[in-house]
Structures are given as C-alpha cells and as structure tokens.
Design a protein around this ligand. Structure first.
Ligand SMILES: Nc1ncnc2c1ncn2[C@@H]1O[C@H](COP(=O)(O)OP(=O)(O)O)[C@@H](O)[C@H]1O
Ligand SMILES: [Mg+2]
Length: 268
C-alpha cells in the first residue's frame, strides 16, 4: 500500500506490506514523521491509499473487506481507535465519554459495563469529572476506558489501534495501560500500538513493525529480531547498547560520542 496526502505529493507511506494478528500486541515504531499515525488512519479506513488496500478479514469464507469501503457503523463494530488526543467539546464528563464507546459499537446503555471499563482504565474515581479539567495523562486513561467500553460491546472479531496511548502517563500508569492492552490482545483481539519507548515495546509487544523516516517498512516480525542493536543503529544513525538485567533486555542506551568541543563545554 502506498499513501500520500495530496495527488502528486511525496508518498508518506511507500509500498507498506503488513499483516496484524490477534493474541499479541504489535508495536509500530519509527522516527517522528515516519508515517506511524498515518498508517493507523489507513488501517482504520479514515484515509484511502493511492495504491493497495487495507483489508479486514471477515470470519469464515466471506471475502476480506476493504476498510475504506465499510460504512462507518460497520467499522465502529469491528475497529476501535485511541487517537493521540481526544478532543471532545461541550464539557462532557468522563462517564459520558466512556458511554460513547458503547454507542459507537451500536450497543445500548449498560452502567455495569461502563463502570468495568472505567475501573480497568483506572478512571473510576474521575467518572463525574469534566474531561476538559483532567491532566493529559488522565485524559489518555479516559481514551483507553472508552476503547474498552467499545470493545466490550463487540462480540465478533475486533481490532484496537492506539496512537501513543501512554505518552503522557507516568511510568506506573503507562505500565497499567499496557498491561491492560496486552490482556485485550490475549483475549483474542488484534492490538496495534504506536510506541516510542523501546523498553515498553520490549516488555509488552511480541511483534514490531519498524517504519523508516521515508515511510517504508524496514523490518517486521518478532520484536527481539526487529529491535536488534544493528537495526536500530542503521535506523537512527547511533550506536546502541542493549542493557540487560538477569539476562533480559530492559532498555537500549545510545552511546553518543561527544565531540572534543562539546566535552570541554560540558566539563566544569
Ligand atoms: N493531514 C495531513 N496533511 C498533510 N500531511 C500530513 C497530514 N498528516 C500528516 N502529514 C505528514 O505526513 C507525514 C507523516 O506524519 P505522521 O503519520 O503524523 O507521522 P508520525 O506519526 O510517524 O510522526 C509527515 O511528514 C506529516 O507532516
Ligand atoms: Mg504520530
């Protein structure tokens, strides 16, 4: 699939070929502007590629459907999106926003299901608060709660696509959010998450799609293979050391060599 935002404009995504599976989280990783958010929008059918398709297989022998051709209601009954920022207006409360997830999936009100989604995303204590008054990290938890409410109302196959869902969360909240997304994946949903924190990718995402700065897939597969120090060095132009604790890689540390001038500036 190849995509550009305007006819004749340079391609933002070039010849991207990828498959996403239920059961584990797939991370999308790449530098700023690589096209990660755009790839999610293509997968959701919000924008249409110039060549190729994003398709969502139906169960059994029904032919795969091109997502951009699915009516909005049908999309919302199989695809769930956590955008980078929710921007609702009108001072909706947290509970009202989470309820909207159920409505998106075409389900009626269910206060128990809404309370469960809020608890899982740790926003139960914020239910009556206005969304606009919350910190950005709290707002991200509300985005997760809304997605969980929508997923809970979908009985068939479903995919959850999240764009940097924990970027504004503190490390503890981010760990809770990613643990919840992993549970969603293990419950049989397709989960695709754009992440920048490579230690989170290593800890939670069994598969990784690495996009390079020109919107090409530079690698896709098991995370341990994709995030090899060599792949990262060639992508980011920096030498990398995997640091490990108890034999498990926990983080990747760039070895940046300062020039003589920078070093003298840094010394007292
Ligand atoms: N609505 C848009 N119209 C035109 N260009 C866009 C639009 N959204 C993003 N872009 C451009 O597409 C490229 C990829 O953007 P994006 O998908 O947001 O990257 P990432 O999420 O990897 O940082 C960037 O060069 C960006 O400027
Ligand atoms: Mg983005």
């Amino acid at each position: 699939m190849t995509f550009s935002y305007a006819p004749g404009a340079p391609a933002v995504l070039s010849e991207v070929s990828a498959e996403f599976y239920a059961g584990a989280i797939t991370a999308i990783v790449g530098p700023n502007g690589a096209g990660k958010s755009t790839l999610l929008r293509v997968l959701l059918g919000l924008v249409r590629p110039q060549s190729g398709v994003a398709a969502w297989p139906e169960p059994a022998s029904v032919p795969a459907q091109t997502v951009a051709d699915m009516p909005a209601g049908a999309r919302a009954r199989s695809l769930v999106y956590i955008p980078q920022r929710l921007s609702p207006a009108f001072g909706f409360t947290v509970r009202e926003l989470v309820e909207m997830g159920r409505h998106a999936a075409g389900a009626g009100p269910d206060s128990g299901a809404i309370a469960r989604a809020m608890e899982r995303a740790r926003v139960g204590g914020l239910a009556a608060r206005s969304f606009d008054e919350l910190s950005v990290g709290q707002q991200q938890r509300v985005g997760l709660a809304r997605a969980l409410a929508q997923l809970d109302a979908i009985e068939g196959p479903a995919a959850l696509l999240a764009d940097e869902p924990a970027a504004a969360m503190d490390p503890l909240e981010a760990t809770h959010a990613l643990t919840t997304l992993l549970a969603v994946a293990r419950a049989g949903r397709v989960v695709v998450v754009v992440l920048h924190d490579l230690s989170q990718v290593l800890a939670f995402c069994a598969r990784t799609l690495l996009l390079d700065a020109r919107g090409r897939v530079s690698a896709m597969g098991p995370t341990g293979e994709v995030l090899s120090p060599r792949a990262l060095e060639s992508l980011l132009g920096l030498p990398f050391d995997p640091a490990s604790v108890g034999g498990r890689v926990v983080t990747l540390v760039a070895r940046v060599t300062l020039s003589a001038r920078d070093e003298s500036a840094a010394s007292p």
